[in-house]
Design a binder for this molecule. Sequence first.
Ligand code: EPU
Length: 475
Amino acid sequence: MIDRRFLLMNADLIRVYLRKSATFITLSGIVDKFRISGGRALHGRDSISGAKNSALPCMAAALLTPETVTLHNIPYVRDIITQRRLLEDIGATVLTPELRTHKITAAHVELFEAPYELVKTMRASVLALGPLLARFGKAKVSLPGGCAIGTRPIDLHLAGFEKFGAEVKLEAGNVVARAPSDGRLRGADIHFGKVTVTGTENLMMAATLARGYTTLRNAAREPEIVDLADLLNKMGARVNGAGSETIQIEGVESLGGAEHTIIPDRIETGTFIAAAALTQGELEIKDCRPDHLTSVISQLISVGVVIKEVNPTTLQVTCPDGLKAVNVSTAPYPEFPTDMQAQYMVLMTQAQGRSEIVETVFENRFMHASELQRMGAQIQIEGRTAIVDGPTTLNGARVIASDLRASASLVLAGLIARDETLIDRVYHIDRGYEKIEAKLRAVGANIERIIAPVTAAQSSEFNVQVTPTREQAEA
Ligand code: EPU
C-alpha cells in the first residue's frame, strides 16, 4: 500500500519518472482528480498568469538565435514543461533563475526535429518547424493528427513553407522540410485560406530570417501574435502590422538575444470572470489585460455580468441580477474566442431562457456538453450549434475532462453544482491553467486535488494516462 502523504510530497517526481519510463501506464500509477463541493460564492482577489499560447511560440522563437532570449511571466503549466523539454532535446539550454523566468540559449543545436513523442502530447511543438527551417535550413517534425477538438491539419503552415522555397515532404509520419540549396528561405506573398494562429506564428518566425520581404495576408490577429512580433522585433527582426490582417516582414541576416515579458492570459481572465458571475460572488481580477478581452467582456456584460475596469490591469466582477440567455458565435480574434466557448456554455445553463452557441473554429468542440448534461444541464447539439435552455440546477457528478477548456467548464459547473463533483483526468487543465485549484481556493471555493494511487486493476478502469495521447493533445 503506498502512503498517501508520500505520494502528495513526491507527486511531481513520480510523474517525471512515469513520463520518462512510459507514455501509457497500464500498471500502477497516480492520477489527479478535482473534488469540488459546490455552492460557495467566490470573494476576493486573484492574479492572472502569463499566457500559455503566447509563451509557447515565444519559447520556440529562441531557436532563431544563438544568443540568450530571456522570457518573464512564463506560466507554470504542463505545456510549458513540454516545450522546455523539446528545446532541451533539440540542444538548447534553458535556465530558470526564477520560477517564471526562462533564459533560453540555442547556441549548440544538435537535432533539427520535434519527435512524435512530444508532438503527440502537445501540438504546439510544430512551432519548432519555422525557426529550425529558417535558421538551419532543415527541420523534421512529426505530423500531428486529429485531437479531441477536431482534425486540425497543418496544411497551411506547410503550403507557406513551400512558398518560401522549401521542399516539404511527408516521410513515415514526419514532415521533413529543407530550405533551397543556399540554405536560406525566400520571402513570399502568402494568403492564408483560413485564419490560423500557430500557422501565422510559424510563418512569421520563418520569414524573419528569409531573404527579402514577406507579406502574410488574412493573418491571425490574436494578442499572442502581437506579443510574438514584439519579441521578434526586440531580437532584431523587422515585423510590421502584427495585430492586423496583413503582416509585413523584412528578412534579416541574423537575430540576437532579447528580454521580454509574456502578456497575461486572456482565457484564464475570462474563466475567472465566469467563475465570479456563476457563483454570484465578487472577484477582483488583477494583472490582466482587459483590452485583450473586448469581445468577451461585451458578451458577458450583455448576459448580465457586471464588469468594472478598476484600472488598466484590474477588473472587478459581480453579477447581482442574474444571467439572461444571449446567443454567441465563436470566431478568430477579435471575435468571441473558441477557447471561451465551453465556459460560456456553463454560464448559459444558469441564464434565463434559450441560447444558441455556434462553434465556427473547430468542428468537434462540444465534448463538455455531454458531461454538463450528466450534471443536469439542458443542452442539445445540432451540428455546430449547441442549444442551451436555462436556468437549470446542476447536480454534482463524476465527470471526465476531455480537453483543456472543457475541463475549465467542468470546474465552473462544479463550483455551482449541488453536492460534490469529481473531475477525472485533470491533467488536461494542468496543461494550461496555473494552479487553478489554489487560485479558486484562495477566493473561497471548496476544491481539492486528489492525487490518487491507482493499482494495476484500477488503472484499466480509469484508463490512466500520465502523458496525454495524441487524441488528447489539443493546445
Ligand atoms: N487549420 C487548417 N489548416 C491549418 C491550420 C489550421 O485547416 O494548417 C484550421 C484548424 O483545423 C481550425 C482552424 O483552422 O479549424 C483554426 O486553427 P488554428 O490553426 O488557429 O489553431 P491552432 O493554432 O492550432 C491555437 C491555440 C488554440 C486555440 C486556437 C484557435 C495555441 C498553442 N493554440 O491553436 O488553443 O483554440 O488557436 O484560437 O496557440 C487552447 O489553448 O485550449 C487551445 C486549443
